[in-house]
Design a protein around this ligand. Structure first.
Ligand code: AMP
Length: 394
């Protein structure tokens, strides 16, 4: 039986799911957290609710993967490594080169390394994981599934910043977007739920998690997205500021006595967004249970930015058939979905409170009379990754 592993490697974590393909059955999944730190946590879930967990120091991704392979056989999830015929790796930055998922040979791996300039925290870890796979599973086909690929269909009108075009031509300074695999998955599902060919649909996909982005999907193609050159742009996020006037950086650096722009960017990435606004937490659940005015204001700002992006994408596409909610907040936050849609009645959106009273269940949550359908679609990036590997195996 052919098995494919979908890998999502972060700088200090590694999430994975093992599929039997083409049946798309998940037979095991797991996560390694705190790689490179003390007391790393290694978890595997498999079978019927069985769980394997060990806490020990795991120094790097190579050790994590070797542990994972060892346990897959020790727990009888696979009989031999040869069964894993494909590995799909989520890669954050694919630049303009990777317009779709691609087999990662040595040449492609070199490009992934070069693109680290666009995603210094992610691409190097992902490249390292692919190298480990090449070494320990030499028979396995490695496929890169890029966060940016789905957005390579954006027209220049939307990917160019209003700066000297030489900066784009010489240095690649443009909007690339992110979360593409998720936006692609939910937009395809949305068209299926609408019962129409995707080529004839206009869909706005809202991936609202700790990182958050919104995409305008016209005829199945991303034509604009809220993240920018990096995932720092766009919406208010858990700890990221989203859109901001760049001049403020210079002003604040002066006030804070910072001399290295990296420190300022770090503040915008790690200490801003819901956390910075509320002073309470980056987690929606904490804000919703807090009595603090700052937490309430943070929630209002979050909803406001989402609405404004939706509004601008309705005009960018000159219409919309469906608005989709996905990811941690989009799938689970009943109140936030209501808050957002209740501010969009002018566009013909009407939420059905009973249908909306649900977490993580794929369904229509607008009323039958709503001109625009509002859909709740749990994302499944890993499945998309496994499918892309399967397609390239042929
Ligand atoms: P993600 O990055 O997609 O895992 O989403 C993480 C975010 O989802 C967290 O910051 C939480 O704020 C949010 N979230 C998860 N569960 C709930 C829930 N039941 N209600 C509200 N927000 C939730």
């Amino acid at each position: 039986m052919s098995k494919t592993i979908a890998i999502n490697a972060g700088s200090s974590s590694l999430k994975w799911q093992l599929y039997v393909m083409p049946e798309e059955t998940v037979i095991a999944q797991g996560i390694v957290e705190r790689i490179g730190l003390n007391d790393s946590i290694f978890t595997i879930k498999h079978g019927e609710g069985q769980k394997y967990e060990v806490i020990k120091d795991i120094e790097n991704h190579e050790i994590a993967i070797n542990m994972l392979l060892e346990q897959l056989t020790a727990l009888n999830i696979i009989d031999s490594f040869e069964e894993i015929t494909g590995a799909g790796h989520r890669i954050v930055a694919g630049g303009e080169h990777f317009k779709e998922s691609a087999i990662i040979d040595d040449e492609a791996l070199k490009l992934v390394d070069e693109l680290a300039e666009f995603a210094p925290l992610h691409n190097p870890a992902e490249a390292q994981v692919i190298r480990v796979f090449q070494k320990v599973l030499p028979h396995t086909l490695n496929v890169g599934v890029f966060d940016t690929s789905f957005h390579t269909t954006m027209p220049a009108v939307n990917y160019l910043y209003s700066i000297n075009t030489e900066y784009y031509e010489k240095f690649g300074a443009r909007k690339y977007g992110a979360h593409g695999t998720s936006h692609r998955y939910v937009s395809e599902r949305a068209a299926e739920m609408l019962g129409r060919p995707i080529e004839e649909t206009k869909i706005i996909t809202c991936h609202l998690g700790n990182g958050a982005s919104i995409t305008a999907v016209d005829g199945g193609k991303s034509i604009d997205t809220s993240m920018g050159f990096t995932p720092l742009a766009g919406l208010t996020m858990g700890t990221r500021s989203g859109d901001i006037d760049p001049s403020l950086l210079q002003y604040l650096m002066g006030k804070l006595g910072l001399t290295d722009i990296k420190d300022m960017i770090n503040i915008l990435n790690k200490e801003s967004g819901l956390l910075g606004l509320s002073g309470v937490s980056s987690d929606m659940r904490d804000l919703e249970s807090s009595d603090k005015e700052s937490a309430k204001l943070a929630l209002e700002i979050f909803a406001d930015r989402v609405r404004k992006y939706i509004g601008s994408y309705v005009s960018a596409m000159n219409g919309v058939d469906a608005i989709v909610f996905t990811a941690g907040i989009g799938e689970n936050d009943i109140n936030m979905r209501k808050e957002i849609i209740n501010g969009l009645t002018w566009f013909g959106c009407e939420i059905d409170e009973a249908r909306n009273d649900v977490r993580g269940d794929e369904r229509v949550i607008s009323t039958d009379d709503s001109k625009v359908k509002v859909l709740l679609i749990p994302t499944d990036e890993e499945l998309m990754i496994a499918r892309d590997v399967e397609a390239l195996k042929k």
